[in-house]
Design a protein around this ligand. Structure first.
Ligand SMILES: Nc1nc2c(c(=O)[nH]1)N[C@H]1C(S)=C(S)[C@@H](COP(=O)(O)O)O[C@H]1N2
Ligand SMILES: [Mo]
Length: 256
């Protein structure tokens, strides 16, 4: 079965499962996404559970060839230092500007929470981990998609280095703009989930998330948080309030 066909089959399966919704929801056991008992949010639980049932944990997203690389628009915030941007943060914006003017030499990624060794990582530290390069398709919830090459370190390696604790369930990403989002441990440990510092063979450009962004190839584009500053590992789901997808109206889990 070719890839497109596989996706189509998966979609119709998911639709079928969705209509058997009540059934699935009452059978919830294992790990569940946050739904707050909100009816509108039950779709989240369905998509999440259906995908978790149908796909093996480590199923890889399709990877492409260099010749498939297309132009990719910069979407959402394109410079956290610019106060005119919608998600500008008054505290971290100016800090970003300062770090950027020093070519991010003084930038540090903080790893905190449910880890034995919380710490700060410079770009040079991250470059010391084995790197992974992958050419993947970015699918934005707004309806466009584009193919790009990403280079970085697998998030899994950094979490292992920080000594994530056995109770850890979610990984939260805090950006220099107002973006905060999270993924579960299964997506966090996925081999294609990267902390990317390179794009199309160059340093990651500011418009695309410099100096470091997340790539979550198993979910829609908005989960790939740009401009990373802090990674917080948690045992319980953390709701970032009005900054997070739950309260801005987007689904928390958007598997593709
Ligand atoms: N910090 C941050 N991350 C973000 C966004 C943003 O506005 N701020 N936009 C998201 C959306 S909606 C998409 S489609 C992708 C766009 O990535 P690109 O600009 O590299 O195309 O980044 C995601 N990550
Ligand atoms: Mo997007």
């Amino acid at each position: 079965m070719n890839y497109e066909r596989m996706i189509a089959t998966r979609r119709s399966l998911l639709t079928g499962l969705a209509s058997a919704g009540g059934l699935l929801l009452t059978g919830c056991s294992e790990s569940e996404p946050p739904t707050y008992g909100n009816l509108l949010r039950m779709g989240d639980a369905l998509t999440y559970k259906a995908q978790r049932l149908l796909l093996p944990a480590q199923a890889l997203a399709r990877e492409y060839e260099r010749r498939d690389v297309s132009s990719i628009p910069a979407i959402g915030n394109t410079n956290p230092g610019d106060s005119r941007q919608a998600t500008f943060n008054a505290a971290r914006g100016p800090l970003y500007d300062q770090l950027r003017s020093g070519s991010f030499t003084h930038w540090r990624l903080s790893i905190e929470g449910s880890v034995a060794r919380p710490g700060l990582y410079s770009l040079a530290d991250l470059h010391r981990f084995p790197s992974r390069t992958q050419i993947t398709k970015h699918t934005c919830e707004e309806g466009w998609s584009a193919i790009a090459e990403w280079t970085g370190v697998q998030l899994r390696r950094v979490l292992e280095a920080a000594g994530m604790l056995p109770a850890a369930r979610y990984v939260n990403f805090h950006a220099f703009d107002d973006t905060v989002d999270s993924i579960d441990m299964r997506d966090a440990l996925h081999p294609q989930t990267l902390l990317a510092y390179g794009m199309n063979g160059r340093e990651l450009p500011v418009a695309h998330g410099a100096p470091l962004r997340l790539r979550v190839e198993t979910q829609l584009g908005y989960k790939s948080v740009k401009y990373l500053q802090r990674i917080v590992v948690t045992d319980k789901f953390y709701d970032p309030g009005k900054l997070g997808p739950l309260q801005t109206g987007w689904a928390w889990y958007v598997g593709i």
